[in-house]
Design a protein around this ligand. Sequence first.
Ligand SMILES: [Mn+2]
Length: 207
Amino acid sequence: MPDPTLQDNLSRVAPTAQYFQLPNAELYYWPQFLTEPAAEALMSMLPGLPWQQPEIMMFGRKIVIPRQQLWMGDSHCSYRYSGVTFQPEPWHAEIWQLTQQINQALQQRFNCVLLNWYRDGSQAMGWHSDDEPELGDAPQIASLSLGLQRRFDLRHRQTQTQLQLELANGSLLLMAGECQQYWQHRLPKQAAASAQRFNLTFRYIAP
Ligand SMILES: [Mn+2]
């Protein structure tokens, strides 16, 4: 059953969304959440942020992640995953404004954002869920895509059912319901993809 509170909160922007009712998850997708000029402007400022390419623990070994990343948000929003704790970079004005815009449109209270920069199709993100305890139960996560359209896969943990989406430049995907508990997602490598993509995922961590 769709979450009526969420649908109510989204009422202003929900009519323009593509809605996917999955077993144990709800997805809302806005193909053009940002206009093309707004997406362009954002993409031209993003490279100036203090990006990092940290080492994380994977299967008991230290590896350098195959993308650049930046964790930004309110000062209490430290975030632990794959054996590393990340302290948030203080808000940059443009990212703060974007977060407020998304909060207003989606009636959310996102207070932190994970930014990822994929230089080309060789850079990717493996199967995972955003189910870290600091995100709470059934977290809602909004994912903004900029640049090259890339494929995004979801897989149900128990049934192995898969869903493939194409995330367009300027699009927004809201993952809701029990998506992070029951589904994993990934950004697969795409050998033919030669252009860059940015992805900003907005989250809420309680103070
Ligand atoms: Mn994720």
